[in-house]
Structure formats: C-alpha cells, structure tokens
Design a binder for this molecule. Structure first.
Ligand code: C2E
Ligand code: CA
Ligand code: CA
Length: 851
C-alpha cells in the first residue's frame, strides 16, 4: 500500500516555500520599492530645486530689472521736467534744487537713492547730493565702470524721451545709476539754452539694500560675492563698460528641504520596516526551521514507515505469507498479492467468503480461535488449488475501529508445509535407521517407555541374523544392504500397525509386539517369521540364504523396564544362538544366571591362561589294519580351581566369542609341538584350530614360531580344521591353507559330514585327510544309511588321495565295519581315551606290544 501524501506535509511544504522564497522576495521588493521611492524623491527634490533655482534666477533678474525700470521711470520724471531745465541747465539753482527740496535730500529717504548728481556738457559735476547732503563730489572719480558709456547712452536715449540705466561701481560697491538728459519736457514756457546737463540718480546696491531687494523676491541673502564661490546661485550682470558683475544668493532648495524633512521619517519608516521584516523573517525562518525539522522528522518517519513497509512486504513475500482481513463475521474483505501465488486461487474468488471455508484449524475451530483473540498462532490446513493439502500458520488480531468490540479481524497466513515436512524428515532421520528406514534405538526406547508406562503387556523380540557376516564379506556390502532391507520388509509385513520394528545396527533387529504375548501365539509367530526370513534373497540373480535367531522377553512377566527388557531379550537371543541358531528362546531367569556364570567363566579363563591352568590330553590315532599308532590328537582341558577338570565344550565357544581363543590356541600349538618332540620320530601330533584363529590371528606365524621353537619337523604336525573355516572366509582360508601347506605340515578336515560336506572344498583346498564325524560312527551299526554315507566318504577320499580317520569308535563292531569298508584309520575310546602326556608316553613305550 503506497503512503498517501499527508495533508500536514503538503501544508508545511507550502509554508516552507512561502518562507523560503516568497517572504524574502517580498522583503526584497519592499527594499527595492523603498529605494525607488527614495530615488524618485531625490529626483523630485532635485527637480524642485532646479525649478526653484530657475525661478529664483528669474526673480533675481526680475528684481534687478524692476529696480532698473523704477529707476529709469524716476529719472525720466525728474529729468523731463520744465522746472528742472530752468533751474539746473546752465546755472544750478541751489535754492530751488536743494533748499526747496525739489531735487534735494528727500530723494534719499524717499527713494533710497544715495546720490543725485547733475553733470554738465564737459562732464563736470555741478550739483551733488549724497545721502541727502550737499556734497562736492566728482562723479567721474566716484563712479567707475563706464560712466562715459552711460552718459553717451543717456544722450542718445533722450531723443526717444528716455533715460539710461546702467550698473557702475560707486566706491567699489555696485550701484545702479540712471542718467537722463535734462529737458523742458514739453513745457512751452521754457526757453531752450545752448548748454545741456545730465541728471544722475545713484542707487547704491549696498548689502542691506541687496538683501532687502532679495527678500522682496524671495531670494535669500542676495549679495555681491567677494570672489566667485562655487555652489552659489548667481546672476551674471554687466557694468556699463562691459565688465562682469555677479550677484549671488542662497539658492532656494525646496527639494533639499523636502528631503531633509522627509528623509528622516523615511529612514525611520525604513528602519521600522526593516525591523519588522527582520522580525517577520526571523520568525518565519525559525518556524520554517521548526517546520523543516518536523518535516524532516515526518519525512524520516515516513521513510522509516516506507522502509518498514517495504521490509515488511519483502519479508511477507519472502516468507510466503499472505495477509488477510475480514469483517466481524470473518468474511474476507482483503487478501494480499501473495495469496494467489501461494494458494493458486484468484483472490477475488474468495473475497466475501468466510475464512473458515478456506482454512481449517488443526486442533480447534478456526472461528472460535480467532474470535477468542488469543495471542499466538493457530496451525491450519487448507487445500490449495492443485488439491494438495497444505499446512499453514495463522496469526490473527481483532481490528477495533470503534470504541469497544472488534469490527473485524486481520492477520497473516504462512505456508509451513515444507517446514513441517522438513521437520518431520529430520525427526524421522534422527529416529530412523537410514538404511532400512526402520525406527532406531532412540525411537525404540521412547516407544517402549511409553507402552510400559501404560502397563500394556508386550513382547520384546531380539532378532539376529545367522551367517550374515559372510554375505557382507563375500558378496559385498551392497548385497548385505539389500538383505538387511529385505529382512526389514519381511519383518514389517509380519507385524501389525501397533507393533514396532526397529534396527539397532548390524544385523540386529528388535520387534515389539503389543497384541501378542501368549507363549503359544508367540511360538507360532516366531516359527512363521523364521521360515519367511529363511526364504532366499536375490542379489544380481544370486541366491542368498540367511537364517535368524530370536530371543523373547515379556512385559510385565520378565520386567517392566525398557533397558532390562532389551537386555533380557538379548540374553534369550544368545541362548537361541547357543542352542543351534535359526530358532527362538524365551527369556528365563535361568538364562540370566547362566549368562552371569559365563561372565564369571570368561574372567576365570583369562586367569587360567595367565596362571597356566590349561592342560593338554592326547588321544591316540591308529591305523586300523595293524592297530599301528600313527599319532595323537591334542585336546585341551582346563584344570579349574573349583570346578575340576573342564572339557572343551565348556569353554572353547566362550574363548572363540571373547577372542581368548587366540592365546589359548597359541598355547595349545606350542605345548603340542614341544610334547611331540619327545615322541618317536614317526608319530604325528594333531592340533585343533578354530576358525576364529584363521580369521583373526596370525596362524601362519604362530605355526612357524612353534615349529622353530620346538624343532619339530613340519611333517609331524597336523592341523585339524572344520568346514567353518572355509565358510567364513573362503578366499582367506585358501591362501592361509596353502601357505601352511607350503610349510610342509598336514591339513585334515575335521567333523566331515556334519556341515556342508562340500566336495568342492576337498578338491580346492590342500587337505591331506578327513575325519568322519563321530555321529556317523555312532549310528553306523544301527542305520544302513549312515554306513553307506561312511562308505561314500571313504570312496570319495580315496579317489581324491586323502586319508580317512573314523572318530569316536567305541566298540569292536564299529571298528570291524570300518575295516570292512576300507576306512584306514580310527580314533576312539575303544582304542584309547584322551590322556595326559605322561600316560601317552608310557603307552608309546609299550606300543610295540600292541602292534
Ligand atoms: P574333536 O576335534 O572332534 O575331538 C574329539 C572329541 O571326541 C574329543 O572330545 C574326544 O574326547 C572325543 N572322543 C574321542 N573318542 C571318543 C569316543 O569313542 N566316544 C566319545 N563319546 N567321544 C570320543 P573333547 O576332548 O571333549 O573335545 C571336544 C571338542 O573340543 C573337539 O572335538 C574339538 O573340536 C574341541 N577341542 C578340543 N581341544 C581343542 C583345542 O585345543 N583347540 C580347539 N580349537 N578345539 C579343541
Ligand atoms: Ca579334532
Ligand atoms: Ca572331530
């Protein structure tokens, strides 16, 4: 499910954008606007200033002009006047002019003219009133800067009834001087004269007057600058002689004034604005930062959420989980994408249907479990679209959207079929034998423990294959494995479901029979089982025969303990084997006692070997024909400290089983060879050799050592072997026998007729003779069959060039019959019993009498 953009996040993005971009832009705009305003203000101010300057220049010009015109008008009024002509041209009428105030001191206070001058044709000053006082002033000296030019202009202007006004310097100070030719001014009563005169008004432009003039024209501080000063507004004027004269005033600066007045407020406003912006910006930045932080936080948690979602999805997908959601009635309202690939069903087929229609709880009702809202998981099964039964694990949580009560459920389903299967396999492997797939010891014990705990009667059968080892040795392990598997199958076929068949390893099997404990039934069972196991096994078209022995222990009669029952059944098995194999025995307390005795015997035998309790008896062998002594067979005896002299039947098998046969055999061989040395040169000593000595020991070396030690010629040593030697390791026996033969000794096959009596053995192996088993001799006088067997054996041996000895001859009739049947040699109580060495020696000494 993708994450919807959160409204808060988009709002915060907007506000961040606002703070990041818009707000600074607004501030920048404000600054620009303020600058523009300032600029335009300055421009306006400068324009204002420029305008004011223009205006003031205009006013300045105007002021001078007006003053000039006023002066011009005044001078015309006074100069073009008949009375003035009468009293001033020619001779000056001081009385009229000065005393009667026609052209006297009043001009100064009334008009501000500093001087009134009358100059004649010769430019002599005839009348001068300076600052209201009659004065002897020479205008030519007093007025500089073009008086002559002015007077000329006034001469010429008089033709138009005009005066002339010009700027001159009076005592170095500028002065506006008006000059006009005095004329009758249209007065008919005046008679014209020859001479003429000019009237001059001098209006000195004193600093005070200039300032006053300026003020009336709004020109501040109008003055004549002492020297050209920069930055001051000035008016260029000319003196009458053309020299420049400058007037300056402080230029009006309304713009500057405006700026001066507005700028501080503007600055204050800008400052306030700046402060405000700064505060707003800072606030905005701070809140943006906060927003950023929380946005990043949000982003991070969103990313974390997304990551965890992705992770969750990955896990969910990888774990082959699918997610589900249902309403209150457990009707499916949502199924995740994995559903289809895991179950093979399209999700839409299931939406709206109850979850319990798809899944079934293994141990309890799915519906109850989900509604009980217990923690943990429920194992369920369902049938996938391919109709295979699948196992899964369901996890569920109530979904509560309203307060109180679930309004639905959701959870996951993980397919654990493979996991369960694997677990089952591992468990099976740990509890089963990999070769036969039967339960192994651990499962056997668990099974027994459980059954015994419920006090159920049962039978424990220990089963061991007879002659299994040769199968492995001669045909290889593949054949052995095949036999074991086949045996396992036959065992399973015989037993019922409640029983258990286990393999403990090697060729040992255990059967637990739960329904069958009566002796009779068990005997029938064992008989049939042994029959079936004896049926041939086929390996590469080769027939293999294997038999089995069974030991039986019963619960609760024999024991209620697992280990004890197994031990007892094993003891019974041992007994069965001891009793001739291919049979069964029930455990009896007697067996246990015997077994314990055997243990003791074993310990005793070890001791016997160490303490030299063994003895050798010798039984002579004769040629029947002349009763000639041929040699003697060494037969071992045990002088037991408490039980007396024990015969081999009590300890040879035990020695073979425990490996003690090795040192025992060596001892016999050595003892026999040493004894035979004392015998006459033509007598042979026969030594019985166990098959175990063949297979495990180093018989060849033992024989060599004994011959070397005793000095007995090899030809005087005979080894008696049974067919078991060949049966257990045919090839090994062949090699060893040939090596022994190569030493020069004799080899005899003992107990002939009891085993396979295989003709091929006699042909293949380097035997010198055979001994016919005692059992045939025993019965030969009563049974014609046994006698004919003896006859056949004798015939066969002769054909093969082997000597034949009849064993266990106990009466004359037997001896006579053997003689008739051409059996050359005999041995038996009739002829001589096994006897100690000394007795034999005595016998040998007197043997000449026998022959
Ligand atoms: P075996 O090789 O067949 O030895 C002959 C057995 O027949 C001897 O029994 C002997 O006492 C007995 N016997 C001889 N003549 C007569 C008779 O006329 N009537 C009866 N009823 N029995 C007679 P023994 O000494 O008890 O030996 C039993 C078996 O023990 C031997 O059978 C042999 O297989 C084994 N054995 C004896 N000594 C040794 C030994 O040193 N090494 C090995 N490996 N086996 C031995
Ligand atoms: Ca023998
Ligand atoms: Ca024998």
């Amino acid at each position: 499910m993708p994450v919807e953009p959160h409204p808060v996040t988009s709002a915060s993005r907007l506000s961040r954008q606002f703070t990041r971009r818009t707000l600074p832009a607004i501030v920048a705009l404000l600054v620009v606007a303020s600058l523009l305003a300032l600029l335009s203000l300055v421009k306006i101010a400068r324009e204002l200033d420029a305008q004011a300057l223009q205006q003031s220049e205009f006013f300045a010009a105007k002021a001078i002009e007006n003053r000039r015109e006023a002066l011009a008008r005044s001078i015309v009024d006074y100069a073009f006047w008949g009375d003035a002509y009468r009293h001033l041209v020619g001779d000056i009428d001081l009385d009229w002019a000065y005393q009667r105030q026609n052209l006297g001191s009043t001009l100064y206070p009334d008009f501000g003219y500093e001087a009134v001058l009358v100059i004649d044709d010769a430019q002599r000053t005839r009348y001068a009133v300076v600052e209201g006082e009659l004065a002897q002033t020479d205008a030519r000296l007093w007025l500089q800067g073009g008086l002559t030019q002015l007077l000329e202009q006034a001469q010429s202007a008089s033709e138009d009834d005009q005066g002339a006004v010009a700027l001159l310097l009076a005592d170095g100070e500028p002065a506006m001087v008006a000059a006009a030719l005095i004329s009758p001014g249209g007065d008919p009563s005046v008679s014209l004269r020859e001479e003429s005169a000019l009237l001059l008004f001098v209006d000195r432009l004193t600093p005070a007057k200039l300032r006053a003039l300026g003020e009336s024209y709004a020109l501040d501080n109008l003055h004549v600058p002492p020297e050209p000063l920069r930055g001051q507004t000035r008016l260029q004027l000319q003196l009458a002689n053309g020299n420049p004269l400058e007037l300056a005033w402080r230029a009006p600066e309304p713009g500057t004034l405006l700026l001066r007045q507005v700028l501080p407020w503007m600055a204050v406003a800008a400052g306030v604005l700046a402060l405000l912006s700064w505060a707003v910006l800072r606030n905005a930045i701070r809140s943006t930062r906060q927003m950023d932080a929380s946005y990043r936080q949000l982003q991070r948690s969103r990313e974390a959420l997304q990551a965890s979602e992705v992770r969750f999805r990955d896990i969910a997908e990888a774990a082959s989980d699918w997610l589900w959601e249902t309403d209150e009635q457990l009707r499916l309202s949502y199924l995740s994408g994995r559903f289809e690939s895991v179950t093979g069903y399209p999700a839409h087929n299931w939406l709206g249907r109850p979850l319990s229609e798809l899944l079934a709880g293994s141990e309890q009702s799915l519906e109850n479990w989900i509604k009980a809202a217990r923690p943990g998981e429920l194992r369920c099964t369902y049938r996938a679209s391919d109709q295979h039964l699948r196992i899964c694990r369901l996890v569920s949580r109530p979904v509560s959207r309203r307060a109180g009560g679930a309004c639905g459920y959701r959870g996951t389903v993980s397919d654990i079929t493979e996991e369960v299967e694997a677990h089952r396999r591992i468990q099976h492997l740990s509890q089963h034998d990999s070769l036969t797939n039967l339960p192994n010891r651990s499962q056997l014990c668990a099974f027994l423990d459980e059954r015994l705990a419920s006090r159920q009667p049962l039978a424990v059968l220990s089963l061991d294959l007879d002659r299994f080892k040769p199968v492995n040795d001669t045909l290889g392990h593949a054949a052995g494995d095949l036999v074991l598997r086949e045996v396992a199958q036959r065992l399973c076929a015989r037993t019922r479901d409640e029983d258990l068949v286990a393999r403990l390893g090697g060729d040992e099997f255990i059967l637990i029979l739960c329904g069958l404990t009566a002796q009779e039934g068990l005997e029938r069972f064992c008989a049939r089982l042994l029959e079936e196991l004896a049926e041939p096994y086929y390996y590469l078209e080769q027939e293999i025969f294997v038999a089995a022995s069974i030991g039986i222990a019963l619960a609760p009669q024999d024991s209620q303990d697992t280990q004890e029952l197994l031990r007892f059944s094993d003891i019974a098995l041992y007994q069965a084997k001891a009793d001739g194999r291919a049979t069964w025995r029930f455990y009896a307390a007697e067996m246990n006692r015997r077994l314990l005795q055997r243990r003791q015997l074993e310990l005793d035998l070890r001791q016997a070997l160490a303490e030299n309790q063994l003895r050798l008896h010798y039984q002579p062998r004769y040629r029947i024909e002349a009763r000639q002594l041929l040699g003697a067979e060494a037969l071992v005896r045990w002088q037991h400290p408490t039980r007396g002299l024990l015969l081999p039947e009590h300890f040879i098998a035990l020695a073979e089983e425990t490996g003690l046969i090795q040192p025992l055999g060596q001892w016999v061989l050595r003892e026999a060879c040493l004894e035979a040395r004392h015998w006459p040169d033509d007598l042979v000593v026969s030594v019985n050799v166990s098959p175990v000595q063949f297979s495990r020991g180093n018989l060849l070396q033992d024989v060599r050592d004994c011959l070397a030690e005793s000095g007995l010629p090899a030809a005087r040593l005979e080894l008696e072997l049974t067919e078991r030697v060949m049966l257990e390791d045919a090839d090994g026996a062949w090699t060893t026998l040939n090596e022994l033969k190569a030493l020069g000794l004799r080899l005899t096959m003992d107990d002939f007729g009891t085993g396979y009596s295989s003709l091929s053995y006699l042909r293949r192996y380097p035997f010198d003779g055979i001994k016919i088993d005692r059992s045939f001799i025993d019965k030969m006088t009563q049974s014609s069959g046994d006698r004919s067997i003896i006859q056949a054996i004798v015939g066969l041996a002769q054909a093969l060039g082997l000597s034949v000895t009849a064993e266990g001859v106990e009466d004359d009739q037997q001896l006579a019959m053997l003689e008739l049947d051409h059996c050359a040699e005999a041995q038996g109580f009739l002829l001589a019993r096994p006897q100690p060495a000394e007795a034999l020696r005595e016998l040998m000494e007197g043997s000449s009498s026998l022959s």
